[in-house]
Design a protein around this ligand. Structure first.
Ligand code: ARG
Length: 597
C-alpha cells in the first residue's frame, strides 16, 4: 500500500498553501509547524516572515487563517482542521478534528508497514559493525558496535535500503606468529576430541593458549625468534602456517557466534570478512597511493600527511600505510576495504559503527580515500562513533580487579536479573512455567541491555547499571515490553463481538487524542531515524508511546467503555494499533516483545 500522509504533513501543506494564497511573495516560506501543548499543532512561521516583510505578524496570521478551511466554515464533510486561531504575537494554534485523527490511524492500520513509505532515494549501504578480535575476549565496546549496528541494519532495510553487512574482525597481525608457533610446539591444545565445543569452552581454550604463549614469548628469546619467523611464513602464505591460523579463526568464531546468539542477533558467515580478507589488495593499494603522490615515503615508511593532524610538539602525525619493515597495518586494510566496498560492492554509503576513540584513524583514512578518488561526491563514508560504557562510578567499566569485564558475564547477569523480575511479576497473576520464565527472562534481560545502549545518543558515554536497566518504571525496555503485553492482554480479554474497529464518527477524550496524534507520527520518526542513524530517537518515541498508552489505559476503560459497543471497538482499535507500533518499533531496535509478561 502507498504511504499514509501524516496529519502533520497534511496540516503543513494546508498552512503553506494558505500562506502563499494570502501572500504570494511568501510562497516558499516555512510555516514552522510543530506539536504543541496548547493546541495540537502550532505554526510560528508568520513571526519571522512578518519581520522580514516589515508587516504586522498578527495581521499576517489572520490573513493566512482566512485561507484555511476549518470544520465550522468548510463545505468539506471530513475537515482535517477543527479549529484554528491566532494567538500571542502571531502564532497559529491548530486543533485537529477527532474524525481526522481516527480516519488517518485507520489508514495506517490497514497497511502492513503502518504507513511507513520506502525511501525514495534508497541506495546501497555497506555497514561495518560487530567486529571482535580473534583469540580475544569480547568486551562492552564490541557490545555497543553490535547492538547499534544491528538496529541500524534493521532500520535501513525497513526503509528499502540495500544493506551489505561487513564484520571486520581482527583476524590478522603479528600476534599470530606467537600463537601459531606455540600451537606447533604444543599440538593438542585446540583438539576437540570429537565432542562439540561450546563458545565458552572455545574462548577458555584460546585464553589459556594465549597466556601460555605470551609467557613463553616473554621468557624465552629463542621462542621469540621462532615466533618472528612464523610471522614471515604466515605473510608468505605458507600452507601449514595458514592452516593453523585458520584453526584460531574457527575457534574464535565458535565463541563469537555463541555471544551473538545470546544477544539474539543474526550474524551470517559470508558477512564475516575480517582484516585478512583484504590481504590480496594491500600491495596494490600502496602502489596506487604512492604513484598518485597521495602517500609519500618518509624514513622508509609509506605515509599520508595532513595539515591539521599534529602531535603534541606540533610535528605532523601521518597515517602510516606501510611500515618501514614492509609490514602493512590497520590503515592499509581499511583503505583496501574502501576500494572493495565502493568498487566491487557498489556502495554509495559506507557506515562504520566503531568506538569514538578510533575517530582520528577514520578521519585520516576517509580523507586519504577522498584525495585519491576512491570516495567522491557520490559515495560518502560516515563513522557512527560511539562513546564509552562506564561503570556505576562513572569510570570506564572494569572489574574490581581492574580487568575488562567479560561481555558474556554481563549478559548472563542481565538475564538472571530479568528472570527474577519476570518470576516475581508472574507469580502475581500469570503462573508461568519455569521454562517460560527462562525464555522471557532472556528476552527481557537482553532487551534491557540493548535498550539501555540504544536509548542514549550513540556518541555519548553511558553508565552500565543493571538495577536501572531492568526497572519496571522509567525509560526501560521492560516498561515498553509490559505496555505491549498489556495491549495483547486487553485484546485477549475482549468478549465475543468486541473487535477492534475504527469509528471516526466518535468524539475522542484528551488521552485518546494524545495517543492518536503520537501514533500518527511513527512514519516520520522512522524516516528521521534512518536518515541520521539515530536509533535513540526511535527509543524516545516508543517510550513516549508507552507512556501515552498507560495514561489512556488509566483514564479510558476499554472493554467497559460507557459509550457503548462502538466506543469499545474504537478503543480496542487504538490498543491494537499501539501494540503493533510498539512491536514493529522494538523489532527495528532488535528487541523482542513477548505476548504475555
Ligand atoms: N576490531 C576492531 C576493534 O576491536 C574494530 C574494527 C573496526 N572496523 C574497521 N573497519 N576498522 O577495535
Amino acid at each position: 500500500m502507498a504511504s499514509v500522509p501524516s496529519l502533520a504533513a497534511t496540516v503543513h501543506q494546508r498552512v503553506s498553501d494558505a500562506l502563499s494564497a494570502a501572500l504570494p511573495e511568501a510562497a516558499s516560506a516555512d510555516p514552522l509547524l510543530r506539536r504543541s501543548d496548547r493546541a495540537d499543532f502550532q505554526a510560528n512561521g508568520m513571526l519571522a516572515l512578518a519581520k522580514q516583510l516589515k508587516g504586522n505578524p498578527r495581521e499576517l496570521a489572520s490573513k493566512v487563517v482566512e485561507h484555511i478551511p476549518v470544520a465550522a466554515t468548510s463545505a468539506d464533510p471530513d475537515p482535517v482542521i477543527a479549529d484554528i486561531e491566532v494567538s500571542g504575537p502571531g502564532f497559529l494554534n491548530i486543533t485537529i478534528a477527532d474524525s481526522a485523527i481516527t480516519a488517518t490511524l485507520a489508514a495506517r492500520a490497514a497497511d502492513d508497514r503502518l504507513g511507513v513509505p520506502h525511501a525514495p532515494d534508497a541506495g546501497t549501504t555497506v555497514i561495518d559493525y560487530a567486529q571482535p578480535n580473534v583469540a580475544k575476549e569480547m568486551h562492552v565496546g564490541h557490545l555497543r558496535s553490535a547492538v547499534i549496528g544491528d538496529a541500524v541494519v534493521r532500520i535501513l532495510e525497513f526503509t528499502g535500503e540495500k544493506v551489505v553487512r561487513r564484520h571486520h574482525i581482527g583476524d590478522w597481525g603479528t600476534q599470530f606468529g606467537m600463537l601459531i608457533q606455540y600451537l606447533i610446539e604444543h599440538p593438542h591444545e585446540l583438539d576437540h576430541k570429537d565432542k562439540e565445543t561450546s563458545g565458552e569452552e572455545a574462548m577458555s581454550n584460546l585464553n589459556r593458549l594465549y597466556k601460555a604463549a605470551r609467557a613463553l614469548f616473554d621468557a624465552d628469546a629463542e621462542f621469540k625468534e621462532r615466533s618472528r619467523r612464523r610471522v614471515v611464513d604466515l605473510q608468505a602464505g605458507d600452507e601449514e602456517t595458514l592452516a593453523l591460523w585458520r584453526k584460531f579463526v574457527d575457534e574464535s568464531k565458535l565463541y563469537f557466534y555463541s555471544v551473538f546468539n545470546k544477544l539474539d542477533m543474526e550474524i551470517r558467515d559470508p558477512d564475516v570478512v575480517g582484516e585478512s580478507g583484504y590481504n590480496d589488495m594491500l600491495v596494490e593499494t600502496c602502489r596506487l597511493l604512492e604513484e598518485s603522490g597521495v602517500a609519500v615515503r618518509s624514513e622508509g615508511a609509506l605515509c599520508v600527511f595532513f595539515d591539521d593532524v599534529k602531535g603534541p610538539e606540533g610535528n605532523p602525525v601521518p597515517l602510516i600505510v606501510q611500515k618501514s619493515d614492509g609490514g602493512f597495518g590497520y590503515a592499509a586494510t581499511d583503505l583496501s576495504a574502501i576500494r572493495d566496498r565502493v568498487q566491487n560492492l557498489q556502495a554509495d554509503t559506507l557506515l562504520y559503527v566503531v568506538d569514538a576513540r578510533q575517530s582520528l584513524h577514520f578521519r585520516m583514512v576517509f580523507e586519504t580515500a577522498r584525495r585519491i578518488g576512491w570516495l567522491d561526491d557520490k559515495t560518502h563514508a560516515v563513522q557512527l562513533a560511539f562513546g564509552t560504557v562506564l561503570g556505576k562510578d562513572g569510570k570506564p567499566f572494569k572489574t574490581r580487579e581492574g580487568e575488562t569485564v567479560r561481555l558474556v558475564d554481563l549478559l548472563d547477569q542481565a538475564i538472571d536479573r530479568a528472570a527474577a523480575v519476570v518470576r516475581e511479576k508472574s507469580e502475581e497473576k500469570l503462573g508461568l512455567t519455569a521454562e517460560e520464565i527462562a525464555e522471557r527472562g532472556a528476552q527481557v534481560g537482553i532487551g534491557a541491555v540493548k535498550y539501555a545502549d540504544l536509548s542514549t545518543s550513540a556518541s555519548r558515554d553511558y553508565k552500565f547499571d543493571l538495577d536501572q536497566m531492568v526497572s519496571l518504571h522509567g525509560d526501560t525496555s521492560v516498561y515498553l515490553q509490559y505496555a505491549y503485553a498489556r495491549t495483547k492482554s486487553i485484546l485477549r480479554r475482549a468478549a465475543e463481538g468486541q473487535t477492534p474497529v475504527a469509528h471516526p464518527e466518535l468524539p475522542l477524550s484528551p488521552a485518546e487524542r494524545a495517543l492518536g496524534l503520537h501514533l500518527d507520527q511513527f512514519a516520520e520518526v522512522v524516516r528521521e531515524v534512518a536518515k541520521g542513524y539515530e536509533p535513540h530517537k526511535l527509543a524516545a518515541y516508543l517510550y513516549q508511546l508507552a507512556s501515552l498508552f498507560t495514561t489512556f489505559y488509566d483514564q479510558c476503560p476499554v472493554l467497559t467503555a460507557e459509550g457503548g459497543p462502538s466506543q469499545v471497538a474504537n478503543r480496542l482499535f487504538l490498543s491494537e494499533l499501539t501494540g503493533r507500533t510498539l512491536h514493529l518499533g522494538m523489532d527495528l531496535l532488535g528487541i523482542r516483545t513477548p505476548e504475555r509478561l
